[in-house]
Design a protein around this ligand. Sequence first.
Ligand code: GLA
Ligand code: ZN
Length: 686
Amino acid sequence: MENTMLFPQVGGFLHGGDYNPEQWLDRPDILEEDVRLMKKAGINSATLGVFSWSVYEPAEGEFHFEWLEKIMDRLYENGIYTILATPSGARPAWLDAAYPEAMRVSDRNVRNHHGGRHNHCMSSPKYREKVALIDQKLAQRLGRHPGLLMWHISNELGGACYCPLCAQRFRDYLAEKFDHDIEKLNKAWWTTFWSHRYHSFDQIEPPFAHGERSIMGLNLEWKRFTSWNMQDFMKHEIAVLKKVTPEIPVTTNFMELYYGLDYRKLAKDLDVISWDSYPRFHNDYESFADTMLWNAFQHALMRSLKPQKPFMLMESTPSLVNWHPFNKLKRPGVHKLACLQAVGCGSDTVQYFQWRKGRGSYEQFHGAVVDHDGSGETRVFREVAEVGEILQRLAPMAGSLVKARAALLFDWDNRWAIDDVGALGRQTKRYEDTCMKIWKEFRRLGVEMDVVASDEDLSRYGVVVAPMLYMLQPDTARTLRAFVEHGGQLLATYFTGYVDENQLCFLGGFPGDGLSDLFGIVSEEIDTLYPADRNHVAFSDGTRWEVRDYAELLRLKDARVLAVYEEDFYRGRAAVTCKEYPGGGKAYYVAARSEAGQMRPLFARLLQDAGIPEKDLPENVDYCSRVGGECVYDCYFNYGTEPATIFGVRGFDMISEGYVDGELTLPAYGAAILKMETSGEPSGEP
Ligand code: GLA
Ligand code: ZN
């Protein structure tokens, strides 16, 4: 079996976090104490240098890495590995003074002043040159350090720049994409509308807030370009590091379902996926279980970016953050629960922002393992130390993988297109929310779902759900057809297949590109309801779903009608249809928006036909599982504030270190990870 363990030298899970010793170089006593406390908390890794540029290079060309080397040495001597960041997350003052082109320009064409972070011009040749130089120096000096585990590129890449350099790069990108033929672009973007034809690529500007925003193709291509340019910048950094240390893996820390970058594209250039998880625990707008499932969805998305490897939870807070609208404390036990959830969902690391709270500046009150009191006695510290102990017990699980047989299609392009399109209801498009709610409902059925691209190979799945797939990639229709023809259970919804990859409408009936044949329907019209409007759909067995927001009017071709509308002028017309294929494949079309919870029986039917077993889970209990090294690790989490009992389970609980046979009771916020040999025997041996 392939060894998928991320860090064989560690031999288990990483437990660590962002460590900023550069803020404490005048306090050797504190740096000393850090190591003692890290060992006490069961920390085996530290992420160094994320924002160290102004200490590494206080003046242009003057480099100081000796302090870092000392810290890495000391950590390593104490069994603590280093993840080393490139410092390109924030620029030193001298750089902006010497090269103002590095400072980003807003969509109102205003250049930033020096300050903040994550706000560079990704096109600036000078910035790229300075980043390459410091990365190279860093790699040459510390790339061979025995404590170095991996490179962490920059920090939370994101945002967009509208400066003249970026605008020119955008034009070059477009010329390349459209074969230097402006007529091709005009056609793809439908620019004769409002007399917006371009006569040369030089006339094209980014979609400034006070400029051209009425060309859907331009808006979309700008987002693609921004993502591509960020990726190009990231690749530029990776190339420098790989030249010096080809064997050291690289990652960059993603931000949940971040809007501005197509993470699926960036993922291709990374060795490992990592992300920063900051759920709004205990909020006032959803249940705690919903918040936890929101987080599980993000984990699934990250995991699906590289399903052949575990991912990394690069950051999470040990207690609270400082940037939510309300910075609430995690209740006792929730830290452990969230860390174990990450593990259950496929992470091989539990890492924090941050190790120690700084004394000043914007993040001085952001949660940390070590608070301003400096002790290892706090509630938060003790909970972190407990996680450290548990992770050691879980070590044999590292390298195991989540294997999903169901998938949810989610495309960034589609997301951007839906957001931009002048149609539907401004407040009710909610593409991400719709996807997440469906994903959560499958998870409540005990079924793991990957989150994949609409043109990916779907052959490993039995069930595929494609909510609101408004934009089809060139390969989407072919992929979906192959999936159904090979026996797959496919479900699509209203607002599917309206436009191609340039956002041009398909002619000849929606869903386009042949999908109308696949589903056996034509979607003729879409009705957008006001928030208080309701309709219903009724199935022949008497089941009813409430309809809100969207209702499509279908013309039947050769699909079977499963449910019809109950009200309004389209009363009695098809609302849910199914077309069956000889190999057992089925293509379902749900023409209206209903709550995912109401759609559950339909989801269950798809699962049953695909032979994917559901789990009978008590309310608030979540289940997921990892497989590896001849063992299955079944994870159960209680998101409720009352104890919960699960029946019919077996295995060796690696958390409580006891055998479970039949019945498992989890306390409030409790978790269990049951290890079984794939032969079916509970396994208590590491
Ligand atoms: C992000 C950043 C960190 C820190 C945390 C605070 O994840 O990467 O540098 O600012 O947020 O939550
Ligand atoms: Zn720029």
